[in-house]
Design a protein around this ligand. Structure first.
Ligand code: ADP
Length: 394
């Protein structure tokens, strides 16, 4: 029985009796059945995986492959064993994929790449490969995932974005210019009523352009296709500039903005942080009762293990229910009761603010008690220096 097990076969019938040999034989049987069930479990894990799992020889011939290849590409596993794997790649992708495989052999590190693979029906699927060379086995072990749907969705998204920016934004921009000219009387004098109606139309067009710009910006930020332009920034100056930008809006509603806190210098993308501040103060104005007060401040804080800067914007508005506090940072979310402030928005501002703060490795959040106003805060990590310490360093 020991020899049978060593050769990978089932042991024959058990020995009768209670002596030492019989006991040893019983242990052998138990060991054999444990091995068989472990082997079965491992094999079924591989057989039932949704990804292709395969091993390649050192010249990239397919040695072993699980049944997932049939579901993904239509080939029976036996029919591709021994085939050079490059033969299954799109001719345009072959060279690059070969270089990636070579790279995996050179480093023993995990290598990832995307390659189009031919199906039995002659079409192609986008697949993502993770390959690792085992020097001990002299094989490349690979896991292959079908990402065609992801690629398709990405392509569609790109097309929608291109459509939105070319086919919607451009005509709206020229409509805005034309409406502006008519309202200003460049093309002849309008009646007072005419000016009123066209001004309202122009404001709607401007709001639409703003929304499209927000959508495109959010897409750019989320896809990582933008770089932060870090520069040392004075917090007081930044707050004052943001307040100046919304001053007219605040004045119109008789709202006072009070600022306090330390003047700190921190490294950040000041234009983009400015945008976050303008959005948060703008929201505070929109949701404040007429004649209300808004408090804004900046001070030192800690972000994770780092020193940082925190900005706070507090209003005396209706507040946000506790269970909706996280929701407001999601796209197109408006959580209130359809107040006037809400109607003017698109639900994109806070999503953009969050994306900008997180691109800085910072954090953003809100505290609120319904009926008692809201405080929005965000923290950016940095070696914060006070104005005095900068002066003495200079
Ligand atoms: P918008 O203001 O354009 O609708 P935002 O993303 O800036 O979009 O805000 C999302 C929602 O969060 C708002 O519609 C509102 O329901 C809620 N909200 C934001 N700021 C405040 C605030 N200061 N007070 C009360 N609710 C707020």
């Amino acid at each position: 029985n020991t020899l049978q097990i060593a050769m990978g076969r089932e042991p024959t019938a058990s020995l009768d009796g209670m002596d030492e040999l019989a006991q040893l034989d019983a242990i052998m049987h138990q060991m054999s059945s444990e091995l068989a069930s472990t082997r079965h479990r491992e094999r079924s894990l591989i057989d039932n995986a949704a990804q292709i799992i395969c091993s390649l020889s050192d010249v990239y011939a397919i040695l072993d492959v699980n049944p997932a290849i049939e579901k993904m590409l239509g080939y029976k596993p036996e029919s591709v064993q021994g085939t050079m794997v490059q033969a299954l790649f799109h001719p345009q992708d072959r060279e690059e994929a070969y270089e990636h495989l070579q790279r995996s052999k050179a480093s023993e590190a995990e290598v990832n790449f995307v390659v189009r693979m031919r199906t039995q029906g002659g079409t192609y699927r986008y697949t993502e490969w993770t390959a690792r060379w085992s020097a001990e086995d002299k094989n490349v072990f690979c896991i292959v995932q079908d990402i065609s749907e992801r690629k398709e969705a990405e392509k569609l998204r790109q097309e929608v974005i291109a459509m939105v920016s070319h086919d919607l934004r451009a005509p709206l921009t020229s409509l805005n210019i034309s409406l502006g000219m008519v309202v200003e009387g460049v093309l002849g004098q309008l009646t007072e009523r005419g000016v009123k109606i066209l001004t309202r139309a122009q404001n709607s067009v401007i709001a639409l352009i703003g929304m499209i710009n927000d959508l495109l910006d959010l897409e750019r930020i989320e896809s990582g296709a933008f770089q932060l332009a870090y520069q040392p920034t004075e917090s007081k100056k930044l707050l004052q500039e943001a307040v100046d930008m919304v001053a007219a809006q605040a004045e119109q509603r008789g709202i006072r903005i009070e600022s306090s806190g330390d003047n700190l210098i921190a490294s950040m993308d000041s234009d983009r942080v400015q945008r976050v501040l303008v959005n948060l103060i703008g929201n505070a104005i929109k949701f404040s009762p007429p004649g209300g007060k808004i408090f804004i401040s900046s001070f030192k804080c800690t972000v994770g293990d780092n020193k940082g800067i925190e900005f706070r914007i507090t209003d005396q508005g209706p507040g946000i229910p506790k269970d909706k506090l996280d929701l407001v940072f999601e796209k197109f979310q408006q959580v209130g009761t359809g107040s006037e402030g809400e109607k003017k928005g698109s639900g994109l501002g806070l999503a953009i603010a969050k994306a900008i703060v997180e691109a800085h490795n910072g954090a953003i959040g809100a505290d609120s008690r319904e009926g008692h106003g809201t405080t929005f805060w965000f923290r950016l990590p940095d070696e914060v220096r006070t104005r005095e310490s900068v002066r003495s360093a200079n």
